[in-house]
Design a protein around this ligand. Structure first.
Ligand code: PHB
Length: 390
């Protein structure tokens, strides 16, 4: 049976040692992340944010070591995500499922979390409906309706009366479009046109021309952050000279997220967005986060809201492990997560006990250079915002 000889006494000794080894078993966090392909930056940001939390807080909680097991979904690939989640549950026996940059991957895994009674921590995926798909899901990121509604309110106040919307044609984009239209028109604004672009390889040029021809006062956009898409959009926006035609750009903060902002040149300067996190947020918690992130990702690295999602997701997991004294049970873990308050680098964060979605401050920010580098500088805030549709 054994090709190489293994002595029986050795095997017996290993077996006898097993209970002690079990006591030392780490708490395993199975992270499903987009680590390759066009959305690889989502995975990298979330993983580095999670690792930064471990770096800053130590890798042991309630006597148990915390181990991250990262698996690559390769992009928006529900079948791959499902298979990897099944392996993490069955082969690795993980205590938590976590990560999830993209909505389709989170939706695909939700039924498996329910079946296996594994807490599933959403560190980014932001389509509103996700948390309704399993009672084992808790989200520490945001929902698109939550960050979009304040922008529509702000736009009306800023005197914008007509808007053309452009969004990515899948869950979060549709949530953003629906919420913007609803809030903006209810306050007297007019939508003069809308377009949805594919999630994979969108071409912006023809749509930008159409928007220019429609002469709205502003274009509202949602595109997935941490990807090349906002960079490509900004390039087209500049080339077609929409600004010169008097068209303002407004967006959710996904579009001007801190990680890709430098790659966009001067085009986003002055653009107003709403979101829950900015690298420029002035707090001790954010400074501690930036320091730990730099230690993990390098001093020039710019963490965005997804990295903060990774950090806060780990903060939530640490709190569960602490309160359950290292003995993880899916149902008990959910009881800890419901109503959990975190002192996040973004500001105060509460996981709503009913919806298991975040309640948090949404900031209005303007892209500005600070010490020669572009940042989202906060200038107004909406405190305690929940998903308006829930
Ligand atoms: C999502 O797929 O849910 C998603 C991706 C990128 C974002 C926001 C939401 O910036």
């Amino acid at each position: 049976m054994f090709k190489r000889s293994v002595s029986w006494p050795l095997l017996v000794a290993a077996w006898l040692a097993a209970p002690a080894a079990w006591a030392q078993e780490p708490i395993k966090v199975g992270m499903l992340l987009e680590m390759s392909g066009p959305f690889a930056d989502l995975g990298r940001q979330i993983r580095d944010g999670a690792q930064a939390y471990i770096k800053a807080h130590g890798d042991t909680v309630a006597g148990r070591r915390i181990e991250l097991i990262v698996r690559d979904t390769t992009g928006a690939a529900p079948d791959v995500a499902k298979r990897l989640a099944q392996e993490l549950i069955t082969n690795d026996n993980v205590d938590f499922l976590a990560g999830f940059g993209l909505t389709p991957n989170a939706l695909a895994v939700a039924p498996l979390a329910t079946e296996a009674r594994k807490p599933m921590i959403i560190m980014n995926a932001a389509t509103s409906v996700i948390t309704t798909r399993s009672p084992y899901i808790a989200r520490v990121s945001m929902t698109l309706p939550q960050v979009t509604a304040p922008l529509a309110t702000w736009a009306i106040k800023a005197g914008i009366k007509s808007v053309y919307t452009l969004v990515s044609d899948y869950g979060p984009g549709i949530d953003a479009e629906t919420t913007f239209k609803k809030t903006f028109t209810a306050a007297g604004g007019k939508i003069v046109g809308d377009v949805r672009v594919p999630l994979r390889n969108p071409e912006f040029a023809p749509f930008l021309q159409r928007i220019k021809d429609a002469h709205p006062q502003a274009v509202f956009i949602f595109l997935p952050g941490s990807s090349e898409q906002p960079v490509a959009f900004m390039k087209g926006f500049a080339e077609r000279e929409l600004s010169k035609a008097g068209i303002r750009l407004i967006a959710t903060g996904d579009v001007t997220e801190d990680g890709m902002l430098e790659a966009m040149g001067d085009t986003p300067l002055g653009v107003v967005t709403t979101h829950h996190y900015s690298m420029a947020h002035n707090s001790a918690q954010n400074r501690a986060f930036l320091k730990a992130y730099a230690e993990v990702a390098g001093s020039g690295a710019r963490p965005n809201f997804m990295a903060v999602g990774g950090w806060d997701g780990m903060a939530a997991i640490y709190e569960v492990v602490r309160r359950l004294n290292g003995q993880i049970d899916g149902d008990k873990a959910m009881e800890v997560l419901k109503g959990l308050k975190l002192d996040s680098p973004r500001g105060p964060l509460l996981i709503d006990a009913e919806t298991r979605d975040p309640i948090q401050t949404v900031y209005v920010r303007r892209v500005q250079k600070v010490n020669g580098k572009p940042y989202n500088v906060e200038f107004e805030q909406f405190p305690d915002v929940s998903d308006p549709g829930k």
